[in-house]
Design a protein around this ligand. Structure first.
Ligand SMILES: [Mn+2]
Length: 339
């Protein structure tokens, strides 16, 4: 089986076009091959991969839907109303299209995603991956850890689900297992994980005990409601920048944003909807804040499943704005001279 402990995968032909390729770049930003990213750029990559889904498939169409769920023109400009800057221009943001993936071919597809993310990261740019189901957290975070060092990157993980299953249908790879694979490989140790928004009826108590044993910091929706999301995010920031008890601060943060962290009333177009989540407003404010307060070295927005999003494309529109708010926060941090 493919493992993050293997040697880094070989790069592949960046001219290859996926069958699920969007016809336009995100908001009309300039196209860029991922192997020519410039330092400081935020590079959007599509990962139209959904063969790790346990329930509703269709997230392979997520990258296209997120790029196109937008009522403004493809002019590469999105001036933020209150930040006083345009993150697309200021960072700048570019779009490298979709990573070539092959339906049904789990391991080779994940290798390609990892190679593209690693290529962007190793050039000093910030990969921002549009999923795709959450299996891609494994190659995304591994590609970044290969550059910054195994154990050096913190993950702030927004999700209804912990994604720490030991197996899925008896198999090691799938969208319910990536966080466990990252911990086992050492790419991201348990103490570097902060999870926000967990709820529902999965995983079981044995898995929750394993997570605690690994030192994972898991905030349930009940914590977000009872203690307040701001308090939870204060602690999440402290865990990354302070490292938590007995640990060095992380070199940077990877934000793994499963759109199902938001209540399915506002984000129905997703593979495994779980009632009772965050509001869209809460997620937007939080990702902007984390962009500002953390050294974000990469991000992914996953599990947008457009076939269940009809008729209003609400989930894809929210994901589009999550990307913009995160980029706004990163631009604000850079303007303030912190990164
Ligand atoms: Mn997930």
């Amino acid at each position: 089986m493919w493992s993050p402990q293997d040697a880094a995968p070989e790069p592949f032909d960046p001219e290859y076009l996926s069958a699920f390729q969007a016809r336009s770049s995100f908001a009309g930003v300039p196209p860029r091959r991922w192997d020519t990213a410039e330092p400081g750029e935020v590079v959007i990559l599509g990962a139209p991969f959904d063969w790790g889904a346990s329930h509703r498939p269709g997230a392979r169409f997520g990258p296209k839907a997120i790029r196109e769920a937008d009522y403004l023109g493809p002019d590469g400009r999105r001036p933020h109303l209150t930040a006083g800057l345009d993150p697309l221009v200021e960072l700048p943001v570019v779009d490298a299209g979709d990573v070539p993936v092959m339906p049904g071919y789990m391991e080779q597809s994940l290798r390609n995603i990892e190679a593209a993310v690693h290529s962007v990261t190793s050039r000093g740019a910030i990969p921002l991956v549009l999923g795709g189901d959450h299996t891609i957290a494994l190659p995304d975070a591994t590609g970044i850890a290969r550059h910054l060092g195994f154990g050096q990157v913190a993950v702030v993980h927004f999700d209804a689900h912990a994604d720490t299953g030991e197996t899925q249908f008896g198999m090691l790879l799938g969208h319910g297992t990536p966080m466990r694979r990252l911990i086992e490989s050492g790419a991201v140790p348990g103490h570097r994980f902060t999870q926000i928004g967990l709820r529902g009826y999965w995983p079981d108590q044995e898995t929750l005990a394993w997570m605690r044993g690994q030192g994972m910091h898991s905030y349930f929706m009940e914590d977000c409601v009872r203690r307040g999301l701001d308090t939870v995010v204060d602690e999440a920031v402290g865990l990354v920048t302070g490292g938590g008890a007995d640990h060095e601060p992380a070199k940077g943060a990877f934000l793994s944003i499963d759109i199902d962290v938001v209540d399915p009333g506002a984000a129905p177009g997703t593979g495994t909807p779980e009632p009772g989540g965050l509001t869209g407003r809460q997620l937007l404010d939080t990702v902007r804040r984390l962009g500002r307060e953390l050294n974000v070295v990469g991000a992914e927005v996953v599990e947008v499943c457009p076939a269940y999003d009809a008729p209003a494309d609400l989930t894809a529109a929210l994901a589009n704005r999550v990307v913009l708010e995160l980029c706004t926060g990163i631009a604000e941090r850079r303007r303030a001279g912190d990164g």
